[in-house]
Design a protein around this ligand. Structure first.
Ligand SMILES: [Zn+2]
Length: 295
């Protein structure tokens, strides 16, 4: 479908203006003139709009065909791809592949906006730490990740959301629940004190056991436990266990995006969904890439 950058730009244009181009400068709707390098010219006021302005593709030096191919691999490979594997597959440098992956992960978070509902298990797990080679140092810090997953009566799990938090205190846990779980839902926890104030926030709270100490190594929540082990296997398998805590949240977003679409019959639709978010995502700066995206 996408033999050249021209075709990719047409697709981006269609995603940005599904009802036809309207000029951001004067608001006039109508077919624009097409100039070189993906610029559209308003027939009314003659101002120019770059098709990629305000998207994650803004001012990229990488061909859009490469970006699109990366999105295809990211959405069709069962476990996604590491930057290493992607650079080999696309024939780009590691740095270019890494940058594309990170920008797509920013788009993925945008795709997860509908709050979780019904019965939702919430618990924490630890990610990272000593790797299997016994190496310590960079990335050796254990990170607390809080996971929420919808529990379905007969169909197993629904959707998940996850966040890397500084600790397991209620000031870390409650804002996460408020953001990702619909008020009125039933939140299932292990009774850890960090969740005590859920009823004040409009949730039904069901604690299975009452833990008096915080022990993430022994999660009593079977749903979260299962998701956590899939997450850890993915980090170990696809990413060789090497996830920098600075970028951990973006890896969590990628895992979430893929997990929540695991039963989608059409990879093409998942690809389209990713691209739809890619064209409305505010541009990611180099500082975001170096120091971690501000989620
Ligand atoms: Zn105009």
């Amino acid at each position: 479908m996408f033999p050249d950058d021209e075709a990719c730009l047409r697709y981006v244009e269609e995603l940005r203006w599904p009802d036809g181009f309207s000029c951001p400068a004067c608001g006039t709707k109508g077919e624009p003139w097409r100039a070189t390098r993906g610029r559209l010219v308003c027939q009314a006021c003659r101002s120019q709009t770059r098709v990629s302005a305000g998207t994650i593709f803004d001012r990229t030096r990488t061909p859009l065909t490469t970006w699109f191919e990366a999105a295809w691999h990211l959405t069709t490979a069962k476990n996604g791809m590491s930057a290493q594997t992607l650079s080999g597959t696309l024939g780009t440098s590691y740095r270019v592949a890494w940058a594309m992956l990170h920008r797509y992960r920013v788009a993925m978070v945008r795709a997860e906006r509908e709050p979780l509902q019904g019965d939702v298990e919430v618990d924490e797990t630890l990610v990272g730490g000593v790797d299997h080679g016994g190496k310590r140092g960079r990335g050796a810090k254990k990170c607390v990740v809080v996971i929420a997953v919808e529990i379905k009566q007969h169909k197993g799990f629904g959707r998940v959301r996850m966040r890397y938090v500084p600790d397991a205190s209620n000031t870390s846990l409650l804002p996460f629940v408020r953001e990702v779980v619909e008020p009125g839902s039933t939140v299932l926890t292990d009774g850890w004190g960090g969740y005590n104030r859920l009823p004040e926030q409009g949730y039904l709270h069901r604690a299975t056991v009452v833990s008096t100490s915080w022990d993430p190594a022994d999660p009593s929540m079977p749903g979260v436990h299962r998701i956590a082990s899939l997450l850890k296997r993915w980090i170990l398998g696809t990413h060789q266990g090497s996830v920098d805590p600075v970028h951990l949240q973006s890896y969590l977003e990628e895992f979430t995006f893929r997990f929540n679409r695991r039963s989608s019959g059409s990879r093409g639709l998942v690809f389209r969904r990713l691209l739809e978010q890619a064209v409305v995502t505010v541009p990611v700066t180099d500082a975001d890439m170096t120091h971690g995206y501000e989620w």
